[in-house]
Design a protein. Sequence first.
Length: 171
Amino acid sequence: MRIRTENQADYAQVHQVNFAAFGNREDEAKLVERIRETSYFVPELSIVAEEDGVIIGHILLSKADVVDGEQHYEVLALAPVAVDPNHQKQGVGKQLIHEALQRGKELGYAIVLLIGHPTYYPKFGFQPARSYGLELKQFEVSDDVFMVCELQENALKRIKGELIYPSAFFG
C-alpha cells in the first residue's frame, strides 16, 4: 500500500471510496467535492491510500477558523476519513490519519478538530475539545465526539473560542 497526495485523476475513485465507506450515501463524497472548490482546501492534506493502482482510502484535512471575539485562528478540520469496506480494519485509516497529522504539523498548523467516534480518535491524540475552551455551535454534538489534537506544543493553551466550519460543510 502506498500513501500519497491526491491528484485530479483520483477524484472519481475518491468519490467512490467515500460513497462506499459511508454506506452508499453521497454526503461525505459531496463534502469533499465542495471543499476542493474553496480557499479552505489544502491540496497537500487530501491524501489517498493506493493499492495496486486502486484508491482504497482517503482522508481530508481542510482549513477552518476558531473565533474568540476579535481573535481568529486558522486551524484544521478532519473530515472525512474513508476506507473502502473491503479494506477496513486493516490499518489503512490509521496510516492515513498518522500521515495527515504529520503533514498538518509540518505545514505549521497548531491544532486539528473533528467530530468523530469517541473511542477511535483518542488513539491518535484527540481529546474532548470543550475541556480546552473550544466550542462548536453550528452542529449539536456531545462533548465526547467533538475532539481536538494538538500539533504544536502548548497550542491549546492559547487557542480558545468557537470552531467555525466553512460553508462547504453545509452543502
